[in-house]
Design a protein around this ligand. Structure first.
Ligand SMILES: Cc1ncc(COP(=O)(O)O)c(C=O)c1O
Length: 428
């Protein structure tokens, strides 16, 4: 693989950006990132004239694929009318109403600009609502790049060896306690030890930031029960799962209810967005109704509102889910089959339009078991696929996403590349 134009761009980038990139996982593609010229449907087209089937999809937002014509139309329409007003517009009401229709656990919304901002506000809100300080999170879950929750964090924080970032005061990091995913007892121990001091439990209902780890049957319900029993708020971070597992996200999929929900990614249709949702009594604490401060120059950005609304309207037809979920199912089946046939210990996880493979002999249910997987084999597969025109996550701690653009033709193309990739791995 020789990406000459990308190499030249990366050399320039390294002089001006830390690590040459603006978000760390982008530097995980080796020998250096490829630079994209344009994208359409299931494909990325690079400045080196290459074409990749995209299973990264910008790490989750693009459930319709790239440059969906209906989203493009909505964005263009909005641009014609201006793109930032600093005062409200109807689109924010329409998007919030659409979201709330599918999230019966909430009455109100605050739009922000990223998942990071959403979980930051959710934690502040939970602390204000309960009058308590401590937060329980799970090892390997990632909730964004802010001080409250960058402890035991997955995603790029784990890939680059900083699950607890430098620069976070101990006084802040010490307020975040880390439990074990799929292990309600580990949560109960913390809640009992710190009775009346914990404000909230925050969890990715399906872990999408330490590879893909599914909740065991009853785990989320048990968290709900523990939260109620100890009078603690349950924050479901649905930045990935919201509108991906189903229209009502993990809450609908697993039949569990959050006190506070955080959303992002898909609801902005590929534009920067985050959202906090909760019942009125909690949400009314946010400024200007209440005293939990939040503000943002770009909050409820009209272009993100328009793109998000167009995306959700299409999702409501159900068709995008049929295509995307079928593609992920075929991908997971092929990974299972090929890893077995080529003699690899493996664990394939799959749900809705997400899939992942761990090269490991045991089951993967939490951070510890996921950490045992052979990252080198995962990266080897990623590289062999890239050579064959398929872009999968360049890190063991991300997942494969599919979209409505991953139709049967795209899937067939991928399955051929996948078989060749496994053959190449075994051949050397
Ligand atoms: C579950 C979860 N929460 C929060 C975030 C942070 O979102 P953002 O990258 O938009 O700040 C992410 C990002 O990947 C995420 O996966």
């Amino acid at each position: 693989m020789e990406w000459r134009n990308s190499k030249r761009l990366y050399e320039r980038a390294q002089r001006i950006f830390p690590g040459g990139v603006n978000s760390p996982v982008r530097a995980a593609v080796k020998p250096h990132p490829f630079y994209v010229e344009r994208a359409e449907g299931a494909y990325l087209y690079t400045v080196d004239g290459e074409k990749f089937v995209d299973y990264v999809l910008a790490y989750g937002p693009l459930i319709l694929g790239h440059r969906h014509p209906k989203v493009l139309e909505a964005v263009e329409e909005q641009l014609e009318k201006g793109w930032l007003y600093g005062t409200p517009a109807e689109t924010e009401i329409l998007l919030a109403e659409t979201i709330l229709k599918h999230y019966p656990s909430a009455d109100m919304v605050r739009f922000v600009n990223s998942g990071t901002e959403a979980t930051m506000l959710a934690v502040r809100l939970a602390r204000a609502h309960t009058g308590r300080d401590l937060i329980v999170k799970f090892e390997g879950c990632y909730h964004g790049a802010h001080d409250y929750l960058l402890v035991g964090a997955g995603s790029a924080a784990s890939h680059f060896g900083v699950p607890k970032s430098e620069g976070i005061p101990e006084a802040v990091a010490g307020r975040t306690l880390v439990a074990r995913y799929n292990d309600p007892d580990s949560v109960e121990r913390i809640l009992k030890k710190h009775e009346d001091k914990v404000a909230a439990i925050i969890v990715e209902p399906v872990v999408g930031n330490y590879g893909l780890i599914l909740p065991r049957k009853g785990f989320l319900q048990e968290l709900r029960r523990l939260a109620d029993h100890h009078d603690v708020l349950l924050i479901l971070d649905e930045v990935i799962t919201g509108f991906r597992l189903s229209l009502g996200g993990a809450q609908e999929y697993f039949g569990v209810k959050a006190d506070i929900t955080t959303l992002g990614k898909i609801i902005g249709g590929g534009f920067p967005i985050g959202a906090v949702l909760a019942p009125e009594e909690i949400m009314e604490r946010i400024t200007p109704s209440g005293k939990v401060f939040n503000a943002g120059t770009f909050n409820a950005h009209p272009v993100a509102m328009a793109a998000g609304l167009a995306t959700l309207k299409l999702l409501e037809t159900g068709e995008p889910y049929r295509v995307a979920n079928y593609a992920a199912k075929k991908l997971a089946e092929a990974l299972e089959d090929l890893a077995g046939r080529y003699g690899y210990d493996h664990w394939v996880s799959h749900i809705a339009s997400m899939a992942h493979i761990f090269f490991t002999a045991g089951e993967v249910v939490d951070y510890e078991s996921a950490s045992k997987a052979d990252k080198e084999s995962y990266l080897r597969l990623h590289r062999e696929l890239l050579r064959r025109g398929v872009f999968t996550a360049p890190s063991q701690f991300e997942v494969m996403f599919t979209s409505a653009a991953h139709d049967r033709g795209v899937v067939e193309e991928t399955l051929t590349a996948l078989e060749e990739a496994f053959k190449a791995m075994r051949g050397s």
